[in-house]
Design a protein around this ligand. Structure first.
Ligand code: NCD
Length: 306
């Protein structure tokens, strides 16, 4: 049976540590891994737009010496003719060794995994989860802060539809002494299953609306975009879209060592003037995304490099 990555909880904390160690080794010694995936093929099946996730997966496979096939939109696949993901993955299983799938419907990669002969990676399913962004976020925090425990993290913006937020909270809930500050307008609060999980584990969290009030208490500020494509009507989106804008002025309220992360794409929620602040690490975060995906491909394919 192939091993899949559908949810960040599919890997234990120890396995995540090993994955991040491997990503670090890949970053330091790229030549050692340049042929690790010779004659292996990754399929990228993207039914929704993507820049970073798809291209970092493809870049990852090329840097490992492998091949890439796939499609970048539902229109250019047989989904537009009505084919189900179950049928599509059976076909992809004949052509590739591993598949990264993004889909607008929650649970589609899970459905695919049930019929797949190859590992399926959830590259984002609707407003649900985005485990490989979480791997990227964890590696960024661990690399730049040195630890994943004992942190206060503020997650700000669209916490309702932001799948990266859901996956990151779940993953961080397993580390010691992590405090969550959930900053959103009331309409965009995290889904109930997330707060229930936090309550169930007796973890420290606070839901609030005011970013300025939260900033001084944070070690990490994780900004997110309002997820326009998941809104039922445009007026609600327009009302919400500029609710939070991180500016140079607001950064003055933050600690000297607070890090600003963002899964990207950014729309308006971080002013470009913040980009030059050494605490703004969202572009470095995207770079870590490729190394962790290289580590993930190797791990799910069961390949070891000596
Ligand atoms: C995120 C996503 O697709 O959920 N993007 C990404 O993969 N880095 C965040 C977003 O689209 O806002």
């Amino acid at each position: 049976m192939p091993r899949h990555l559908l949810n960040p909880m599919d890997f234990s904390v120890e396995e995540l540590d090993k994955l991040m160690d491997l990503a670090g080794d890949i970053e330091r010694n790229p030549d050692k891994y340049a042929h690790a995936c010779d004659r292996k093929t990754l399929a990228t099946c993207f039914y929704e737009p993507s820049t970073r996730t798809r291209l970092s997966f493809e870049g990852a496979m090329y840097h490992l010496g492998g091949h890439v096939i796939g499609f970048a939109s539902a229109d250019s696949s047989s989904a537009s003719k009505g084919e189900s993901v179950s049928d599509t993955i059976r076909i992809i299983s004949c052509y590739a060794d591993i598949c990264a799938m993004r889909h607008p419907k929650e649970g589609a990669p899970l459905v695919a995994s049930l019929k797949s002969r190859i590992p399926v990676i959830n590259a984002g399913d609707g407003g649900h989860q985005h485990p490989t962004q979480t791997l990227t976020d964890l590696l960024t925090i661990r690399s730049l802060k040195g630890h994943l425990d004992n942190i206060t993290i503020g997650l700000c913006g669209d916490l309702k539809f932001g799948r990266t937020v859901h996956s990151l909270i779940e993953a961080l809930s397993r580390y010691e002494n992590v405090r969550f500050v959930l900053i959103s307008p009331p309409e965009l609060r995290v889904p109930g299953y997330i707060t229930e999980m936090l309550d169930h584990k007796n973890l420290q969290y606070r839901e609030m609306q005011n970013l300025e009030e939260a900033i001084p208490t944070l070690d990490i500020l994780y900004m997110t975009r309002v997820q326009r494509e998941r809104f039922f009507n445009e007026d609600d989106y327009i009302r919400m879209k500029d609710f939070y804008i991180l500016t140079k002025e607001k950064m003055k309220l933050a600690r000297e060592d607070m890090l600003v992360l963002h899964p990207l794409p950014r729309v308006n929620e971080i002013s470009v003037e913040v980009d030059d602040d050494p605490r703004a690490v969202y572009f470095r975060q995207a770079q870590y995304g490729m190394y962790i995906r290289m580590a993930l491909i190797l791990t799910l394919l069961g390949l070891e490099v000596q």
